[in-house]
Design a protein around this ligand. Structure first.
Ligand code: QAP
Ligand code: CO
Length: 176
């Protein structure tokens, strides 16, 4: 399976992802293919829509205390549902689909999520810290929402300007 990252302003990122019904080999192979994409691009979270598949699947890999990422800490969430949320936190978020841009975003501090693993088994996770933030960020992708959609009007304008400039510079440096 040959996957690549879909980047803003691709309209694909606005799609609402569909519930996964079949927990088959195809799903397993898709999840296996998502992992290296996330690791090779220094990501800590990736939703299926970010590689062009509108299905309710996402993977997370939060670094440990030594700042290392490991397969042991990989979480695969299929059909996640938020069952409780509390508190507030602010974190400077980024997104593999919105490269080089980071902004402070408000999220819940604690979340509880019901989801299924790749075999269709039901799981529950209680999360806080960076994991809780990442879960909310990736679940937004399933609804076609990007972190930049949460910015104030003036911050969004600043983003659009900076992002256009970045894309132009990237284009120019690739044609030399
Ligand atoms: C979502 O984000 C997230 O701009 C995952 O040039 C964000 O993995 C969860 C990345 C914040 C929790 C907190 C972004 C890589 C990676 C970039 C990412 C870039 C290269 C973002
Ligand atoms: Co993202």
């Amino acid at each position: 399976m040959n996957l690549s990252i879909v980047t803003y302003p691709d309209k694909k990122l606005k799609e609402t992802s569909k519930k996964v019904e079949k927990f088959d080999l195809e799903l397993a192979e898709f999840l296996d293919a998502m992992y290296p994409i996330m690791m090779n691009t220094n990501g800590i979270g990736l939703a299926a829509i970010q590689v062009g598949y509108a299905i309710r699947a996402m993977i997370l890999n939060i670094p440990d205390e030594e700042d290392l990422q490991s397969l042991d800490n990989l979480i695969e969430m299929i059909n996640p549902i938020l069952t409780s949320k509390s508190g507030e936190t602010i974190y400077q978020e980024g997104c593999l689909s919105v490269p080089t841009f980071y902004e402070d975003i408000n999220r819940f501090e604690f979340v509880t999520v019901n989801y299924q693993d790749r075999d269709g088994n039901t799981k529950t996770i209680e999360a806080n810290g960076l994991l809780a933030i990442a879960i909310q960020h990736e679940m937004d992708h399933l609804e076609g929402i990007l972190f930049i959609d949460k910015l104030t009007y003036s911050r969004r304008k600043k983003f659009e300007k900076e992002y256009k400039k970045m894309l132009k510079e990237k284009k120019n440096s690739s044609k030399s």
